[in-house]
Write a protein that binds this ligand. Structure first.
Ligand SMILES: NC(=O)c1ccc[n+]([C@@H]2O[C@H](COP(=O)([O-])OP(=O)(O)OC[C@H]3O[C@@H](n4cnc5c(N)ncnc54)[C@H](O)[C@@H]3O)[C@@H](O)[C@H]2O)c1
Length: 287
């Protein structure tokens, strides 16, 4: 166990699967008390149990966090159980389908904005009064596609661009209240979304996204959680309004750069965390 978040209380949205599971386990390992928050169908209870089994402290919250009432209940639970809130991680999101815009349905668009943006609005609004008391911080999930845009999922990239601008505005506004706000912008990560078997990408898109990294591979959920950890900790006391790419160099790649990466770069690092739900996303393909 480390101590980089010793004494801190954190809510992690979308904590039941993928990157969120890694953030919850990483934060608990570093001493935080964690509220693992997700949709009722998410394995948030399992993640809590796994954290407790390794000596960490966590509780579950189940509910649709795009509702302000649910977001408020989630914050109330953290404060009731642990007495305060220091960190909000807005990680919940969805990647509903890959389609040309002409075929992208209105229903998928509404679903995307609800899960990718309204969750960020509702949770940030609900958490701010508590974060102002503790001089805490918010880290929100963006994406390299929120900077570059993404073909065949145009509204997804746009929803992430919203999160980037939302965070910069909030950082500027909340500095006078003592709250820092930042974004983590992942590239292709080894979760359910980037595998044709578990997400909406076909084999061509799957190959394209990894080749478009200069490291020639997907990132691991833990590699992303490491950057969330830094930004959420007091080590990042001079960082606010920043968008941190964790994208294997996608933003600077020209063409299929990943093919040229050294074998050592292409190899995923050995995971320290025991992740059980990294490919269990159920919102990536819209039901
Ligand atoms: N995987 C990638 O390649 C990638 C790349 C860039 C950005 N991201 C971002 O990282 C975040 C996590 O992605 P992931 O790959 O781990 O996906 P994931 O589907 O495994 O995790 C997202 C979680 O959020 C939950 N969620 C969605 N809407 C919710 C809501 N309204 N209320 C409560 N919970 C909700 C889902 O049920 C799921 O458990 C997302 O915001 C995503 O946009 C991921």
């Amino acid at each position: 166990m480390g101590n980089r978040l010793e004494g801190k209380v954190a809510i992690v949205t979308g904590g039941g699967s993928g990157i969120g599971e890694a953030i919850c386990k990483k934060f608990a390992k570093e001493g935080a008390k964690v509220v693992v928050a997700g949709l009722p169908e998410d394995p948030v209870e399992d993640v809590v149990k796994e954290i407790q089994e390794t000596g960490g402290v966590a509780i579950p919250f189940s509910g649709d966090l795009s509702s302000l009432a649910n977001a408020q209940s989630c914050v109330e639970l953290a404060v009731k159980q642990y007495g305060k809130l220091d960190i909000l991680i807005n990680n919940a999101g969805t990647f509903p389908e890959t389609n040309m815009l002409s075929d992208f349905t209105e229903e998928a668009f509404d679903y995307l904005l609800k899960n990718n943006n309204k969750t960020v609005f509702a949770m940030s609004k609900a958490a701010l009064p508590e974060l102002q008391k503790t001089k805490g911080n918010i880290v929100t999930a963006g994406s390299e596609s929120g900077i570059l845009g993404i073909a065949q999922n145009v509204p997804y990239g746009a929803s992430k661009g919203f999160n980037h601008a939302f965070t910069k505005g909030l950082a500027a506004e909340q500095a006078q209240k003592g709250v820092r706000c930042n974004v983590v912008a992942p590239g292709p990560i080894d979760t359910g979304w980037t595998h044709k078997e578990t997400g909406p990408m076909d084999s061509q898109m799957e190959k394209m996204v990894t080749q478009a990294t200069i490291l020639g591979r997907r990132g691991t959920p833990e590699e992303v959680a490491n950057v969330y950890l830094f930004l959420a900790s007091d080590e990042a006391s001079y960082v606010s309004g920043a968008v941190y790419p964790v994208d294997g160099g996608t933003l600077i790649a020209k063409g299929p750069a990943g093919e040229l990466a050294a074998d050592s770069m292409k190899k995923q690092p050995k995971e320290e965390l025991d992740l059980e739900h990294s490919k269990e996303s159920h919102t990536s393909v819209r039901k």
